[in-house]
Design a protein around this ligand. Sequence first.
Ligand SMILES: Cc1cc2nc3c(=O)[nH]c(=O)nc-3n(C[C@H](O)[C@H](O)[C@H](O)COP(=O)(O)O)c2cc1C
Length: 311
Amino acid sequence: MTAPDLSVPLCGVRLGNPLVLASGILGTSAELLERVARCGAGAVTSKSCGPTPRAGHPNPTVLAWGHGLINAVGLSNPGADEEVRILRDAKARLAPLGVPLIASIFAETVQGFGDVARKVAEAAPDFIEVNISCPNVEAEFGRPFAADARDAAAVTAAVRRAVSLPIIVKLSPNVPDIAAIARAVEGEGADAIAAINTLGPGMVIDTDSGKPILANRTGGVSGPAIRPIAVRCVYDVSRAVRVPVIGIGGVTCGRDAVEMIMAGATAVGIGSAVYYRGPEVFAAIREELRGFMETHGYSDISQMRGLAHDA
Ligand SMILES: Cc1cc2nc3c(=O)[nH]c(=O)nc-3n(C[C@H](O)[C@H](O)[C@H](O)COP(=O)(O)O)c2cc1C
């Protein structure tokens, strides 16, 4: 049998393998994005950037609580002007490696999303990812745009008007019907959907002090504990839309990545696993995925995609 082909097409861009660095983990500088690419990622996503610099929430902001992480980083970022410089540098470092760059953005208003998208497009990333789903800034920003189909559609339309780059819209699991939100953003021109952002908000209490551990008190939950929810969301979304889905949530090994693909994902995001296994996790999961395909006789990722849908 010939060696399995791990490459996947995503909106006309070919990824050497389906594993994508999720936004917010090691995506804060060009050096770190390059490092993750050299560690075997098929594509890398920058940390979400907003219109102006933002300090984020006070420490502690991230906690490993046993079955996953909880975080309230609070969208800390250097603002769109500085981000363009970082993304240009990242793009130059990634080009010789053949690893595409996904630039993640957020804003507080619909128009703000269009403005930030137009700004970061100056750095010519391969994709723009539209983060409408962060659950740990609700106290400041109000309900995430991903919580309502009309709001999610309005943001997508604003970004669509602003840029011609492929747009990925990142959805929240914290909704009763994620498929309806997916259809709404596809209808306004989303080229792909990323699912899911963190679950929650959740809370972890220090039972010695009786106080919540995160300074923000609540945060978004990620890692292995949320994987079955992420898999169900990817399954629902990929049945509802024609555009490709990046399946994210709790993937820590090759079989987890296979599960996402069988749920319907074209590519697979990895975030919390970088905390557990380091950036080397990308090459490790890639080889676990290759081993699975060899053992099971798959020569191409597309042969596994959406297999669960036939059940
Ligand atoms: C510390 C931390 C920071 C994050 N920051 C962002 C962010 O800036 N933008 C975003 O879209 N998602 C952010 N996320 C969510 C991840 O990209 C991902 O959707 C989520 O953690 C689920 O995947 P995982 O279980 O593999 O971590 C963050 C997650 C963590 C753990």
